[in-house]
Ligand binder design. Structure first.
Ligand SMILES: Nc1ncnc2c1ncn2[C@@H]1O[C@H](COP(=O)(O)OP(=O)(O)OP(=O)(O)O)[C@@H](O)[C@H]1O
Ligand SMILES: O=C(O)C1=C[C@@H](O)[C@@H](O)[C@H](O)C1
Ligand SMILES: [Mg+2]
Length: 174
């Protein structure tokens, strides 16, 4: 299968990092996780950057970092807030296939509630997370296609994505 850059987007906890790794393994291409890339580049964890330099500083780092990554034969898993900036969405759509992972908020809430690594989810109520998700919904929907993950295993989501990518490849959309 021909592979250009495959960007995985979606809200926190939808499985971008996990599924991106599985997908890259299946396609035998490298994977870059943007949160991990930024942590390596700065020598700081994402939550520390948020705490010490603030969210806008982190958003600027994201916008710069995505432009440093390779764009051929690669899977790139984005941070949950990266698509909010129009320039980032434009960059992804112009340079690859953008796959939006959609997961029901009830499932996301259960996954995130005990995780200390996501500063925007830490101490957030379900209402707070819903509001944040809704404020980003149209940005996520600006994608090549969406995959619904609720009730599916990591393996099932990965296989469904490969099928969709193959159809995308042949131009056969449904
Ligand atoms: N389909 C799935 N079924 C069960 N658990 C899953 C599934 N997808 C992801 N998970 C689990 O959910 C958690 C969050 O996944 P992951 O870190 O990949 O999300 P993310 O989208 O990268 O989040 P972030 O935007 O915060 O980086 C992990 O513990 C992962 O194992
Ligand atoms: O949704 C978000 O805004 C975030 C998601 C994570 O991937 C990290 O990029 C960070 O915790 C912010
Ligand atoms: Mg991630």
């Amino acid at each position: 299968m021909f592979v250009k850059a495959i960007f995985l987007t979606g809200f926190m906890g939808t499985g971008k990092t996990t599924i991106g790794k599985a997908l890259a393994e299946r396609l035998k291409v490298p994977v870059y996780d943007m949160d991990e890339f930024i942590a390596e580049m700065t020598g700081k964890e994402v939550k520390t950057i948020f705490k010490e330099q603030g969210e806008e500083f982190f958003r600027d780092l994201e916008t710069k970092s995505i432009r440093k990554l390779p764009l051929e034969d690669v899977v790139i898993t984005t941070g949950g807030g990266l698509p909010v900036r129009t320039e980032n969405r434009k960059y992804m759509m112009e340079n690859g296939i953008v796959v939006f992972l959609h997961t029901d908020l009830d499932v996301i809430f259960e996954r995130l509630k005990e995780d200390e690594n996501r500063p925007l989810a830490l101490h957030a109520s379900k209402e707070d997370l819903t509001e944040l998700y809704l404020s980003r919904k149209t940005a996520y929907e600006d994608c090549s296609f969406m995959i619904k993950t609720t009730g599916k295993s990591i393996n099932e989501v990965t296989e469904e994505m490969i099928e969709r990518l193959e159809r995308q490849d042949t131009g056969n959309t449904e």
